[in-house]
Design a protein around this ligand. Structure first.
Ligand code: G3P
Length: 220
């Protein structure tokens, strides 16, 4: 399973990359705005900076703002031209599916975002999306079962042979990561804090303290 960080914060991306477990980055317009990145040139430069930090062979999702077919194609082609690691992120809407089909034919990688149902997952895979982003946390927010959706899509893709990778998004906690892994997600994208949360166990801390104390007792 691959680990992506879901952030436009360069320090967070750097920190995740330094851990040596980072496979990619996802961003969205909200995350870019949170970092104060505005204006086309700054946004494009920021994507380039992210690609530089993560290095070769690590995908970076950059989302289109347009919601019409022609606009999405224009933006997506520009984004894809920035760096070979850019994946064009396209919303799950009618023109989005059309745009994903176009990008697929052009050999441009895509991430179909804002996915909340198995039907949407089938349509995106049929259009050839490289990644599919079902939003786990946002389903949980409305007392729907986000992880159950990942399980359902994983079963459908396995049965049908669709090659789209399930990128579990809106992952907010270490438990979500574990559950998404069990459910068959190929990728999780989450804040660095959720990844770091996987480290924690009190018995690890107690055990390490005892090892060090015993070593000190024996060695002075
Ligand atoms: O990858 C999608 C993500 O950015 C949404 O996360 O926590 O805003 O639901 P969240």
């Amino acid at each position: 399973m691959q680990f992506f960080v879901d952030t436009a914060n360069l320090n967070e991306i750097r920190e995740a990359a330094e851990l040596g477990i980072l496979d990619g980055v996802t961003t969205n317009p909200s995350l870019m705005a949170k970092e104060g990145i505005t204006g086309e040139k700054n946004v494009l430069d920021h994507y380039k900076a992210i690609c530089k930090i993560v290095g070769d062979d690590k995908d970076v999702s950059a989302e289109v703002i347009a919601t019409d077919y022609a606009g999405m194609i224009k933006e997506g082609v520009k984004l894809a031209g920035l760096h070979e690691n850019i994946v064009v992120k396209v919303p799950m809407i009618r023109d989005g599916i059309k745009a994903i089909s176009y990008f697929t034919n052009e050999g441009i990688k895509t991430n179909c975002t804002l996915v909340f149902s198995a039907g949407q997952a089938i349509l995106a895979a049929k259009a050839g999306a490289t990644y599919l982003s079902p939003f786990v946390g946002r389903l949980d927010d409305i007392s729907w079962d986000g992880i159950a959706l990942i399980e359902e899509i994983a079963e459908i893709y396995e049965t049908t042979g669709f090659e789209t990778a399930i990128l579990a998004a809106s992952i907010r906690s270490p438990l979500h990561i574990v559950q998404a892994a069990k459910a068959g997600a190929h990728v999780v994208t989450c804040p660095l804090s959720a990844i770091l949360g996987l480290l924690n166990h009190p018995l690890t801390d107690i055990g390490l303290a005892k090892f060090l104390a015993d070593h000190k007792k024996a060695n002075g």
